[in-house]
Design a protein around this ligand. Sequence first.
Ligand code: DGL
Length: 273
Amino acid sequence: MKSPIGIFDSGYGGLTILKEIQKRLPEYDYLYLGDNARTPYGTRSFEVVYEYTLQAVKKLFEEGCHLIILACNTASAKALRTIQQNDLPRINARKRVLGIIRPTIENINALTHTRHVGVLGTPGTISSGSYPLEIQKLFPDIIVTGEACPLWVPLVENGEYDKEGADYFVRQHLDAILQKDSFIDTLILGCTHYPLLINKIKKYLPSRIHIVSQGKHVAASLEDYLARHPEIKSRCSTGSLCRFLTTESENTFANIASIFLQGNIQAERISLK
Ligand code: DGL
């Protein structure tokens, strides 16, 4: 049976990915799951992020999804590999779970001239070392500097991302990463929540620095993946519908998601275990 493509994030951040995927591939159905009750994941241990992500993946499988995108860097960094290698063969070897780190970094080669790249992310993503590791595999000459921004996700989740108070925290981490490496000419927003802070980021980042936001790259990579995997593509339903699941209040989710996606959204509350 055909089914929607599952999109998972710890909260609202994955909506920035969903939006770009829907723009590029509007014909498919999508099922978004935000674990808003347990966000943020970025400060949690490897074991907990893995456990929560696996629960979400199982839920989306139960809902029928054949293909899931972990639209969360923290989950991609800490849970993806184990789920792909250990859990999928056991649960259902015909299903697929994809992450968003690889599609993001494939594009940096053409952007950086100094070969110094910065990555902003949650403490979990930065301490996992996933970005430098993956970048090393593809472009060994690139020097990668990371900066964890622990308060950026809470600013977004609490609707403070466009308020004055956010300026202080945005500036603090942009200054810090450029102090660590002043040759950076390309900066990856390695957290799906961060595009919501883009106006503030642009305000405090020198204009010579390229900002790499993930949505468009992930959407292009998904299109390419579906073209290369007709057996998966044929199992994705195409009715241009989108459902939203959240582990917190459905009304709060619907209100905030409606702002992100500029449309009227209904959400359903579920629990994960
Ligand atoms: N949006 C997620 C990411 O891309 C993480 C947010 C969180 O800390 O839960 O890393």
